[in-house]
Design a binder for this molecule. Sequence first.
Ligand code: AMP
Ligand code: MG
Length: 351
Amino acid sequence: MKTEIINVTYENLNMELIKKAGLVIRQGGLVAFPTETVYGLGGDGLNPDSSKKIYQAKGRPSDNPLIIHIADFDALAPIVADIPEKALLLARKFWPGPLTMVFERSEIVPVETTGGLNTIAVRMPSDAIALAFIREAGGYVAAPSANRSGRPSPTSSKYVVEDMNGRIDMILDGGEESQIGIESTILDMTTQPPCILRPGYITKAMLEEEIGTVETDQTIFSNRSDLSPKAPGMKYRHYAPKGTMVLLEGKKEAVIEYINNETDKKLEQGFSVGIIGTDETMNAYTAGFIKSVGKRTDERMIARRLYLILREFDDENIQYIYSESFEGDGIGQAIMNRLLKAAGHSVIKLP
Ligand code: AMP
Ligand code: MG
């Protein structure tokens, strides 16, 4: 399949091009598009064949449901069985934006889109290209992240092209890196209290300020295979670079010393080594391909740069990656969740 790559700019939205992309979706094709979180791989969410094509293009297991993207609040009611009061409050506050809510689905949503579930995940992105495209596409764009299954989500069109060229009909290139850089927070609205299934840019504290108590699915940070996450996608090794990745936990000095020693050993054995550090520690590393994700206190920047760095390690054919750890209740939780997945839960705790 030939993939048409179309450049669109935010300053001057070319509606002719957006219409063309929308038509591809309405005719059952697939289009990758920018959002503020990461690039999405879109198909018609109400067309079962489109959803099947998405799974094929990604190489994604078909029990891993897609998120339906809408552009207007009125589009929500037809695809869900009901809209809880708390969901209304959250939509008013956080939509459009990086929050996905899970509802009971209505009859018009095909099970192919929901991975066989009776629930449906819905998000309204804030990205201007995404919103215009969704409207032109008929209002319901099912989309997972636009990466091959298991790889880090793409935050720039370059990596969408790398993963999807030849596999989908069209790529809308927004020309800029994604503003947020990690996937949306997923909140299950079908339970009482609502439950965070995937942490993200919208934190537990931000949600609780609007609707009171919110729980967090405990499988998010656990490696126990007997616990099954409620967001099916979270069970797969995910967001992963090609190299073997290890996370280090412990005091700053101990982490730096460990990483420097391991790096020397691996380099001596002829392997390539990447290091994920921070602005505060960058200069303390002595060898390897050293990258800073940003200032430790600036979690937004870290979230934004994380996937880019994992992809850059792949570009450099890095075989071993050592990373500092992050903590906290805020976006740090989302960052750590993605790092744990990328590392396949390989963590070394230093005394
Ligand atoms: P992606 O957009 O690539 O991050 O994939 C969508 C994510 O949403 C996956 O982790 C899915 O497991 C999750 N998801 C989609 N629909 C549902 C649902 N109905 N219930 C729980 N999780 C869902
Ligand atoms: Mg994904």
